[in-house]
Design a protein around this ligand. Structure first.
Ligand code: QUE
Length: 359
């Protein structure tokens, strides 16, 4: 039984293969529970010089968290232990993100194909992200009534200018060139050469020196030009329109902008969950000045309040179950989402905080 994850040692390299290809390797609780102790053991073992993470099946690195299972557990009428999967899944996922963030050894993600939401949580927090021409990168949670989690409140405000605000609110998809411009990608390698990259890492002479120097030497040998980033060409307009403190003002700025990009972006925003948009903008502004560990605690609170809302089940229905892509949000407009509604989503559930420390 692989439980959705295969792990093996190859020479001095620990290799993780996310192996749920039919679900685009979406991360479920069992996978988190397999990965946590394995990564902890590899981190503590001096014989392990580096960790490589990749996705099976050739289409995806990881499409996100298994939000469909969480939504199913929240179905009406609620079973007595309704919130349990939501609590345990987000706890396990964010604990894993935290471990990767503070891993302390070269952690190399080979991101070949779809990488969304939870997939960024498994890759971005490591030291190296090798991207390919097949990359499709996005934080699409506002489209399912959630918010950009797995540390998004920390990393999105640290992307250039307002690009993270744009990506977190709209769920826009990025290419490999965009990912390199953002700083998500550290290296671009043709998809067909990834197996050779892994072999080169496995065959490397690690010696007694810095493992990161060895990894960089190897990856440098495969790095190629990713081409032109479309996102980069929009960045002045993005900074102009997404700097506001209210989602309504961002929409107004897009209307005033008058370009095709601004019209498309406006049309995307009005389809997203209004409560998600307001919660997300507040989360991203908060994350500008908070550290990473603090933001994960904030996001844990948000995960519990947002998955308890009907918009989450409606978003999953519209995007992943019926696939009609016509969600009916409640409240249905930004104007109907009050400050108090937004504030309430940030409140901590009684006796259920996620407190993570460096270890
Ligand atoms: C937002 C998300 C996710 C999403 C779509 C969104 C997400 C996720 C998946 C997904 C996609 C394909 C699968 C699957 C899950 O889609 O987190 O099992 O086969 O996992 O708009 O956050």
């Amino acid at each position: 039984m692989s439980d959705g994850v295969r792990t093996e040692m190859r020479g001095a390299v620990g290799v993780v293969t996310l192996d749920r290809p039919k679900a685009l390797n979406a991360l479920n609780l069992e996978m988190c529970r397999r990965l946590l102790p394995q990564l902890q053991a590899w981190r503590a073992d001096p014989a392990v010089k580096a960790v490589v993470v990749r996705g099976a099946g050739g289409r995806a690195f990881c499409a996100g968290g298994d939000v469909r299972a969480v939504a199913a557990s929240m179905a009406e009428p609620r079973p007595a232990d309704a919130e349990r999967l939501s609590r345990e899944f987000f706890r396990a996922e964010y604990t894993l993100n935290h471990l990767i963030h503070h891993f302390g050894k070269p952690y190399i993600s080979l991101v070949d194909g779809v990488c969304m939401g939870g997939g960024l949580g498994l890759s971005l927090h490591g030291a190296y992200r090798v991207v390919t021409e097949k990359l499709v990168l996005a934080m699409p949670e506002t489209g399912i009534g959630l918010f950009p989690d797995v540390g998004g409140g920390w990393f999105l405000p640290r992307f250039p200018g307002e690009s993270g605000t744009y990506l977190g609110l709209t769920g826009a998809r990025c290419s490999a060139a965009d990912a390199m411009w953002l700083g998500y990608g550290t290296h671009f390698v043709e998809s067909a050469r990834l197996e050779t990259v892994l072999e080169a890492l496995v065959g490397a002479e690690w010696g007694e020196g810095l493992a990161s120097a060895v990894v960089e030497q190897v990856l440098k040998g495969f790095h190629a030009d990713a081409g032109t980033s479309v996102l980069a060409t929009q960045h002045v307009a993005m900074d102009r329109c997404f700097a506001a403190e209210r989602v309504e003002d961002i929409q107004q700025a897009l209307e005033a902008e008058g370009t095709a990009w601004a019209q498309e972006t406006w049309a995307t925003l009005v389809r997203m969950c209004p409560t998600s948009l307001k919660v997300t903008l507040r989360q991203l502004r908060m994350g500008r000045t908070r550290d990473y560990d603090e933001m994960l605690s904030v996001e844990y609170r948000l995960s519990q309040s947002m998955t308890a809302r009907a918009d989450f089940r409606e978003g999953i229905r519209a995007v992943l179950v019926d696939k009609d892509h016509k969600p009916r949000w409640h409240p249905g407009t930004l104007g109907d989402v009050s400050e108090a509604d937004v504030e309430a989503c940030f409140a901590s559930p009684a006796g259920d905080e996620l407190v993570l420390s460096r270890s």
